[in-house]
Design a protein around this ligand. Structure first.
Ligand SMILES: Cc1cc2nc3c(=O)[nH]c(=O)nc-3n(C[C@H](O)[C@H](O)[C@H](O)COP(=O)(O)O)c2cc1C
Length: 188
């Protein structure tokens, strides 16, 4: 079983992010071979990063108590799905802090992306691909899900009509499974 963590990046009051996060969580959970957990960054309220030491130099011995808890959770994972909005053509600072506070726990693991926003969160996801790969040594899954104006798919009863995104989601999860298995074997 691959341990997959779905990371809900938006911590905003009234956030839309719960809808796409719940969708991809349930979709991943329905697959064979995935053991899925939702990680809500609201539950890991890291302060703005201002640590005296570079996390990569600490060998996992972080000092911030929330960072320790976050690191332990990230360490469990064989792969991730980041569910991210786009704020001013970038990804949210909550996610940057979550990435920056720890280091080795991310290394050599795959990450898939569900972006959403007025333009599908495309720029947010593209920026993240660079950040996660270049220094954190993570492996971004090539295909992504980008939900453009996803609030238009809310039905009158408040449910989220995801018909439009299912095919892209399936393809992305296929790639996450493939890369996840390959990297898990390689990490051993
Ligand atoms: C600070 C801020 C900046 C935003 N900038 C963008 C943007 O650059 N591109 C975009 O498509 N949507 C932008 N939006 C709209 C968001 O896509 C929309 O509010 C979305 O619901 C945010 O996700 P959340 O509700 O889960 O936090 C912005 C929203 C906020 C709060």
């Amino acid at each position: 079983m691959l341990k997959i963590k779905v990371v809900l990046a938006s911590v905003r009051e009234g956030r839309f992010g719960e809808k796409p996060a719940t969708w991809i969580f349930n979709k991943a959970k329905a697959r064979e071979g995935f053991d899925v957990e939702l990680l809500d960054l609201k539950d890991y309220p890291l302060p703005r990063f201002a640590e005296p030491q570079v996390p990569a130099m600490l060998g996992g011995n972080y000092t911030n108590e929330i960072a320790k808890k976050w690191a332990a959770k990230v360490a469990e994972a064989d792969g991730f799905i980041f569910v991210t909005p786009e704020y001013n053509h970038g990804y949210p600072s909550s996610l940057k802090d979550a990435l920056d506070y720890i280091f080795g726990e991310w290394n050599n693991k795959p990450v898939a992306f569900v972006g959403y926003g007025a333009n599908g969160g495309v720029r947010s996801v593209e920026q993240l691909k660079q950040v996660v790969n270049s220094n954190l040594a993570m492996h971004p899954v090539p295909s992504t899900v980008n939900m453009e104006h996803p609030w238009n798919f809310l039905k009158e009863d408040g449910s989220f009509d995801t018909t439009h995104f299912e095919k892209a989601g399936d393809g992305m999860l296929d790639q996450l499974a493939w890369l996840g298995e390959a990297l898990k074997a390689a990490r051993k």
